[in-house]
Design a protein around this ligand. Structure first.
Ligand SMILES: Nc1ncnc2c1ncn2[C@@H]1O[C@H](COP(=O)(O)OP(=O)(O)OP(=O)(O)O)[C@@H](O)[C@H]1O
Ligand SMILES: [Mg+2]
Length: 209
């Protein structure tokens, strides 16, 4: 399973993963980019992006009341399975870069209070990437990139409202949990870059040395 040319692009919220994935289509036309982002999900999988929107719009505002955290994990799992299915459907000869895989979702489920869950073991049994490219960003820069908190969803900060301290603390914990999740894989950390172009340069350099 690890022989295939399958890499994961990981990093905190606002690190620039989606931006880099979009650039990759131009820079590395021979590669396939897999993500649950609107523009990258195939037309036959509109439900994947729809369910993502439902999580933010319908579930997060009523977490702990109308919806349990187990329900949240169940819904987020649909994205994880979609990514696994895309891997299964993929031609193994074509190199593939996947946005976050299950690593970020698993870390966020844990931060939502679900420390352990039987489904985590199943996700962890999914195919392992050859390596992880970890695109880093400081919480300060990510906060600025989010319009000082105006474009955040509740799975990106601690607390009732998006405020700097809750964001910083959440992002530090997220970083720690994601790096812990991939500790047995080869990980290349790319320090924060001043532009998307420079970040894409650095990712391409790791993928095609
Ligand atoms: N290196 C960079 N320098 C400056 N701004 C950047 C950089 N990378 C991304 N941005 C900007 O930051 C914002 C977030 O980027 P993007 O959505 O690509 O991050 P992401 O890692 O996919 O975030 P998420 O984890 O929330 O999906 C966008 O407005 C993007 O233009
Ligand atoms: Mg993204």
């Amino acid at each position: 399973m690890t022989d295939r040319c399958f890499f994961v692009l990981l990093g905190p919220d606002g690190a620039g993963k989606s931006s880099v994935m979009r650039e990759l289509a131009v820079r590395l036309p021979g590669w396939r980019a897999v993500s649950t982002d609107d523009g990258l999900v195939g037309s036959g999988h509109a439900l994947v992006t729809q369910l993502r929107r439902n999580v933010v719009r319908d579930v997060l505002p009523h977490l702990g009341t109308s919806y349990s955290t187990d329900f949240l994990v169940g819904l987020l799992q649909t994205a994880v399975i979609h990514l696994r299915d895309e891997l299964r459907r993929h031609d193994e000869d074509v190199p593939l870069l996947m946005d976050s895989y299950y690593y970020k979702i698993l870390a966020k489920c844990r931060l939502a209070g679900v420390q352990d869950h039987p489904m985590y073991g199943w996700w962890r049994s999914f195919p392992r990437p050859r390596a992880v490219v970890y695109l880093d960003v400081s919480p300060e820069s990510a906060w600025r990139r989010s319009g000082n908190g105006t474009r955040l969803n509740p799975l990106e900060y601690f607390g009732d409202r998006p405020e700097w301290l809750g964001f910083e603390s959440y992002q530090k914990s997220l970083r720690k949990l994601m790096l812990e999740e991939v500790r047995e894989l080869p990980v290349t950390i790319i320090e924060e870059q001043p532009s998307v172009t420079r970040a894409a340069d650095a990712v391409v350099e790791v993928l095609t040395p």
